[in-house]
Structures are given as structure tokens and as C-alpha cells.
Design a protein around this ligand. Structure first.
Ligand code: AHG
Length: 339
């Protein structure tokens, strides 16, 4: 079978009118930056990239108040640097930075906005478990020359593209422009992403769920009821057994769902209620929701479709329910019914 590289795929998408030249070049730049992150990640201890950023006395913290790993900082810099000169962007926003990063005056500007979580699941780096990059592309509002945070606050339905790269046993890119979800695997010898699955379809029914069970006692009643029913298995009201997996890298957990179905939940709980959830709408929830919906799955907050939400802050957090459609619908129904 003839292999199709990411670049060939992007040219085809342009011919089909799914993407314009500027957006396809932007995606190429992001993919190239992710190859560099894959190289840094793969070096592990030998690259001096493990551990925390900053000194023992003064750890480097991100906007979320979380201590940054060296690879968080390196990945953020790789993505910023690669995209600054690309000429396709009006600005970038990163989970690791408080404010959007303008494009330096020395480079040409484009009319897209790029958002990214440079290294999702970074608590897993030091133990050699899969981590990833998540990204999303929006159009810069007309007439805006220097985009501010407010210009990024667009609902997920306006995303032009979204993707993630999982740095696992293989480096895999999953991408959507709103015409299906497609997977590319990095051929390390050649240095190219090669199309490995076109038009991914997530099964509607699930038999596997992903959730951090240690939070169970803090969940709301409908979540307690729902997970209780899954745990009851064949003998319970759902009449079948469910398996459980939790990698604690959203990219890896979502990639399992994109590969063999299942559901992922990070619900609201009493500990995180004040902050609205654990995962960030702009950097995690919206891009993943777009990818999952384009593969035939569903993505809600437990109460409403994620992509319909009007974001109110760049680093806003939301509950996330996503994956196999019928299963997400059951969990969402329990919450809506209880309100
Ligand atoms: P981050 O890497 O940004 O710190 O967060 C990881 C996220 C997500 O990738 C994962 O699903 C979740 O947080 C893990 O949460 P727990 O710590 O509750 O397992």
C-alpha cells in the first residue's frame, strides 16, 4: 500500500477545500515542532530533561500554580519558537503562560490563533509513561492586529483545526479540520508523519471507562450513581461488565478511546468545585471534544455539549465527559435529570 505523508494529506485537504494554504502550513509547523518535542522526550534522563524546572529553592510555577517540569518549559519554547517565524499566526496562547504571546515584530503575521498545552500529563514524564501535546486553531477576529485574551474566547464550534500528539511507544498525531478525524504515525527513520488511519470511527457503545477513582467520595450524586452502575457489572442495571483504565495523561487516555472506544471522565467534585473542574476548556476540553465528535463520539460537561460553551477566561476549567456516544449520553442524562 502506498504511504501518504502528512504533507501529501494536507495538499489533498487543500484540493478538497477543507483547509486553506495558510492553515495547512501552520499545521506543518506545529507537526515539525512536535517532532522536536518527541526527540527531547525520547532522550529521557540522557538528555537532562527530566525533573523540575527552576532551582530546588525556587521551583518554576505556571499560571495554574503548578510546578513546571523541565520538559514543560522546553516543549513550550519549541512550540513558541517554531510558530513565531511561521508567518501564519496573529498570536499563540499556552497553558503554561498567563497571557497570549504576540508574534514578534520581526516576523510576518497571519490571521490564525494557536492554542496549546505543550506537554499534557507531565507528571508522567519522570516515570516514562506517555505524555502529549494538544493544540487548537482559531481564526483571529477581523480587524484585530494585536490579539488579547478576549479574542481567544471563542466557543469550540469555531475551531478550524485541532489535534494532539502522543509521545508513547510510537509518536502519533491525531488531527481534524472538521472533516473527520485522522491518525498519522511518525516514521522515525524518515522523519515524516505517515497516515495510519483515515476517518476514525469510535464505537457508539463502550465497555471501558477512564476516571480517577480516588476522587469518588468527592463526586456529585449523579456521578456516584453512574459509576456505581458500571462497577456493578453484569449483575447491575447496565447488564454488562466494564473494564477500567487511567493513565493520567489525557492524551493517552483519549488515544485509547480513539483506538478502541470507551469513555473518559473528569467530573466536577467537591475539591475542585470552586475552580469549575480540572481540565482547561481552551487547551484540553475543546480540542479533544472536536477530535472526538469528528470521530462519531460525544463530549459534554455532564450537562451540556462542551463545544457550545462560551468561554469566559483563557485558563477556565470545565468538567469533561467524552468518548463513545451512547455511554456519554447516559452519564450526561443522569446529571441533567438530577438538576
Ligand atoms: P497536567 O499534565 O497539565 O498537570 O495535567 C494532567 C491532566 C490530564 O492529562 C489528566 O487526565 C489529568 O490531569 C490527571 O489528573 P489526576 O492527577 O487527577 O490523575
Amino acid at each position: 500500500m502506498k504511504s501518504i505523508s502528512l504533507i501529501q494529506f494536507l495538499i489533498e485537504e487543500r484540493r478538497d477545500g477543507h483547509v486553506n494554504a495558510e492553515l495547512s502550513l501552520l499545521i506543518e509547523v506545529v507537526a515539525r515542532a512536535c517532532k522536536r518535542i518527541a526527540v527531547a522526550t525520547n532522550k529521557g534522563a540522557l538528555g537532562g530533561v527530566l525533573g523540575m524546572a527552576g532551582s530546588a529553592d525556587a521551583l518554576s510555577m505556571n499560571i495554574q500554580g503548578e510546578a513546571q517540569k523541565k520538559l514543560d518549559v522546553i516543549s513550550n519554547e519549541i512550540l513558541l519558537e517554531a510558530n513565531a517565524w511561521g508567518g501564519h499566526l496573529a498570536a499563540c496562547a499556552s497553558e503554561e503562560m498567563e497571557d497570549p504571546q504576540p508574534i514578534p515584530d520581526m516576523y510576518p503575521k497571519g490571521n490564525h490563533l494557536l492554542l496549546f498545552d505543550p506537554l499534557d500529563g507531565s507528571s508522567n514524564i519522570d516515570v516514562n509513561i506517555s505524555v502529549g501535546t494538544i493544540f487548537s486553531v482559531l481564526r483571529c477576529p477581523d480587524g484585530v492586529v494585536e490579539p488579547k485574551a478576549a479574542d481567544f474566547l471563542q466557543p469550540g464550534t469555531t475551531q478550524l483545526a485541532a489535534g494532539y500528539v502522543v509521545y508513547g511507544p510510537a509518536t502519533v498525531l491525531v488531527l481534524t479540520f472538521g472533516h473527520g478525524t485522522h491518525e498519522f504515525t511518525l516514521d522515525r527513520e524518515v522523519g515524516s508523519f505517515i497516515l495510519s488511519r483515515r476517518g476514525i470511527k469510535i464505537p457508539e457503545e463502550a465497555t471501558e471507562f477512564a476516571i480517577n477513582m480516588s476522587n469518588q467520595r468527592h463526586w456529585e450524586a449523579p456521578m456516584q450513581r453512574y459509576i456505581g452502575e458500571l462497577l456493578a457489572g453484569k449483575e447491575g442495571p447496565r447488564g454488562k461488565d466494564f473494564n477500567m483504565r487511567w493513565v493520567a495523561s489525557m492524551v493517552a487516555d483519549v488515544h485509547r478511546i480513539v483506538t478502541r472506544g470507551g469513555v473518559f471522565y473528569y467530573p466536577l467534585d467537591a475539591k475542585i468545585k470552586a475552580q469549575g473542574g480540572k481540565l482547561r476548556i481552551m487547551y484540553e476540553a475543546n480540542p479533544m471534544a472536536f477530535i472526538i465528535e469528528q470521530a462519531g463520539g460525544a463530549a459534554t460537561t455532564g450537562r451540556q455539549r462542551i463545544m457550545d460553551l462560551q468561554p469566559t477566561a483563557l485558563h477556565q476549567r470545565v468538567p469533561v465527559f467524552l468518548g463513545s456516544k451512547k455511554e456519554v449520553e447516559v452519564a450526561t442524562h443522569y446529571h441533567v435529570e438530577a438538576d
